[in-house]
Design a protein around this ligand. Structure first.
Ligand code: NAP
Ligand code: MG
Length: 405
C-alpha cells in the first residue's frame, strides 16, 4: 500500500455513545487511519467518562476546538432521568452539544447527502438545501403565563441605570387567556449572521434569510437590520467575487421559493423556523442517517458531526448479540467534512482530495445498490439492491475507496 497521507495540524476527536460509538471505531479503523497519518487530540465524550470527569471533558474538548480550529464528534447521549438510572450518573449532565454550541458561540448547519437512487420528496431538488438554525432565544427561552380572568398585561423594561421604566400594553383581558414573553440579543443575532455568511462563503452557497418583519416590525425587524448591515459592512464584495448573493425575504415567500428551487443554497432560519424546517428537510431526503451537521463559530471554528443521535434501539439489539444494519454515512461525512476543512486550512490538497474520494466511494456504494436497511426502504427499487449489515456496509465502502487511491 502507498504511504499514508500526512495531515499537518491537529484534529480534535470527540468520541460518543451507543451504536454510533460502535460504528465510530469501525469508520476510523477501516476508512481513516489506514490511509492518513493524523495528529489527533482525543476526548472521550461517552457518558461514563463525562460523569467521571464531572463533564470537564466536554469543556476541555470545546477549548481544544477553539485552539486547533476543527473537530469531529460522534453522537452523544443527552442525559435525562432514565439515563441517570441506566448509567448510575452523579446527575443529568447538560447536553454536550449545548455546551459546545455555547462555548463556540456557534450556529448549526445541516445538509442532506444526496444519492441518485434516493429521490427527494420534492422532484426539482437537485442539489442539497442547507439549513442554518439560530439556536438562541425566542420561544425556546420564553416566559409564559395563563391569564385567569379580566386584567391588564404589560411589557416592562426597567433600565439598570435607574431611569424610568418603559411600559407597553400587551392586552386588556376581559376573559381568561395566555401571554408569552420572548427575547433575543443583538450580540447573538450578529454571531448568527456572521456564522451564516462564513458558511455561505466557505461552501460557495447563496444565503437566504427570512423572518416575518412585516408583522413583527421591531423584533423580526431587528434580525433583518442586523443581517443586512453585517452583509453590507463585511461580506458584499467577497460574495460578489465568489459569485454568490444574499437575499432577505419573508418566511412564507422563502417556503414557496424553496419548493420551486433546485437547491444548492443556505437557508438561514430563526430558531423556531429552523427547528421545524430541518425536520421537514431530513424526512424529504429519505433518512436522518443521510444528514450531516456542522457547528460553525463566528470566528470560523468548525465541529463536524452526524445529525442523528446514538441510535439507541439498534445498540440494544447489538448488545443482545443480534445483527444490525445501521447506516454510518453521516458519521463518515463528519470525518470527511473535518478532514477537508483541515486540509483547506493547512493548505494540503492531498488531504482534501482524500476526503473527496472517501465521499465518492461512499455515495457510489449506495448507488451500486449496497445499502443499510433504512435506505433500502426509501431507495428506487432495483434487482441489484442488497441490504447489508453495519460492518459489511463500511467494508464495501473501504473496498471501493482502495480502488480510488
Ligand atoms: P436517533 O439516535 O437519531 O435514532 C432515532 C431513530 O432513527 C432510530 O431508532 C432509527 O430508526 C433511525 N436512525 C437514526 N440514525 C440512524 C442510522 N445511522 N442508521 C439507521 N437508522 C437510524 O434518536 P434517539 O434514538 O431518539 O436518541 C438516542 C440518543 O441520542 C438519545 O440519548 C439522545 O439524547 C441522543 N441524541 C444525540 C444527538 C447528538 O449527539 N447530536 C442528537 C440527537 C439525539 P429505527 O429504529 O426505526 O431503525
Ligand atoms: Mg425539530
Amino acid at each position: 500500500m502507498a504511504a499514508k497521507i500526512k495531515v499537518k495540524n491537529t484534529v480534535v476527536e470527540l468520541d460518543g455513545d451507543e451504536m454510533t460509538r460502535v460504528m465510530w471505531i469501525m469508520v476510523k479503523n477501516k476508512l481513516i487511519f489506514p490511509f492518513l497519518d493524523i495528529p489527533i487530540e482525543y476526548y472521550d465524550l461517552g457518558l461514563e467518562y463525562r460523569d467521571k470527569t464531572d463533564d470537564k471533558v466536554t469543556i476541555d474538548s470545546a477549548n481544544a476546538i477553539l485552539k486547533h480550529g476543527v473537530g469531529v464528534k460522534c453522537a452523544t447521549i443527552t442525559a435525562n432521568a432514565d439515563r441517570v438510572k441506566e448509567y448510575k450518573l452523579k446527575k443529568a449532565w447538560k447536553s454536550p452539544n449545548g455546551t459546545l454550541r455555547g462555548m463556540l458561540d456557534g450556529t448549526v448547519f445541516r445538509a442532506p447527502i444526496l444519492v441518485k437512487n434516493i429521490k427527494p420528496a420534492v422532484r426539482n431538488w437537485k442539489k442539497p438545501i442547507h439549513i442554518g438554525r439560530h439556536a438562541y432565544g425566542d420561544v425556546y427561552s420564553n416566559t409564559e403565563m395563563r391569564i385567569p380572568g379580566p386584567g391588564t398585561t404589560e411589557l416592562v423594561f426597567t433600565p439598570a441605570d435607574g431611569n424610568k421604566p418603559v411600559r407597553h400594553l400587551i392586552h386588556e383581558f376581559k376573559d381568561p387567556g395566555i401571554i408569552q414573553g420572548i427575547h433575543n440579543t443583538d450580540k447573538s443575532i450578529l454571531s448568527f449572521a456572521k456564522a451564516c455568511f462564513t458558511y455561505g462563503l466557505d461552501q460557495k452557497l447563496p444565503v437566504w434569510f427570512s423572518t416575518k418583519d412585516t408583522i413583527s416590525k421591531i423584533y423580526d425587524g431587528r434580525f433583518k437590520e442586523i443581517f443586512e448591515t453585517e452583509f453590507k459592512n463585511n461580506w458584499e464584495p467577497k460574495f460578489k467575487v465568489a459569485g454568490i448573493y444574499f437575499m432577505y425575504t419573508l418566511v412564507d415567500d422563502v417556503v414557496a421559493r424553496i419548493m420551486k428551487s433546485e437547491g444548492g443554497l443556505l437557508w438561514a432560519c430563526k430558531n423556531y423556523d429552523g427547528d421545524v424546517m430541518s425536520d421537514m428537510l431530513a424526512s424529504a431526503n429519505g433518512s436522518l442517517a443521510m444528514m450531516t451537521s456542522v457547528l460553525v463559530s463566528p470566528q470560523g471554528h468548525y465541529e463536524y458531526e452526524a445529525a442523528h443521535g446514538t441510535v439507541q434501539k439498534h445498540y440494544y439489539k447489538h448488545l443482545a448479540g443480534e445483527k444490525t444494519s445501521t447506516n454510518s454515512m453521516a458519521l463518515i461525512f463528519a470525518w470527511t467534512g473535518c478532514l477537508r476543512k483541515r486540509g483547506e486550512m493547512d493548505g494540503t490538497p492531498d488531504v482534501v482530495n482524500f476526503a473527496d474520494k472517501l465521499e465518492k466511494a461512499s455515495i457510489e456504494t449506495i448507488e451500486n445498490g449496497i445499502m443499510t436497511g433504512d435506505l433500502l426502504a426509501v431507495a428506487e427499487p432495483s434487482p441489484s439492491n442488497k441490504k447489508v449489515l453495519t460492518e459489511e456496509f463500511i467494508d464495501a465502502i473501504a473496498a471501493n475507496l482502495v480502488k480510488k487511491l
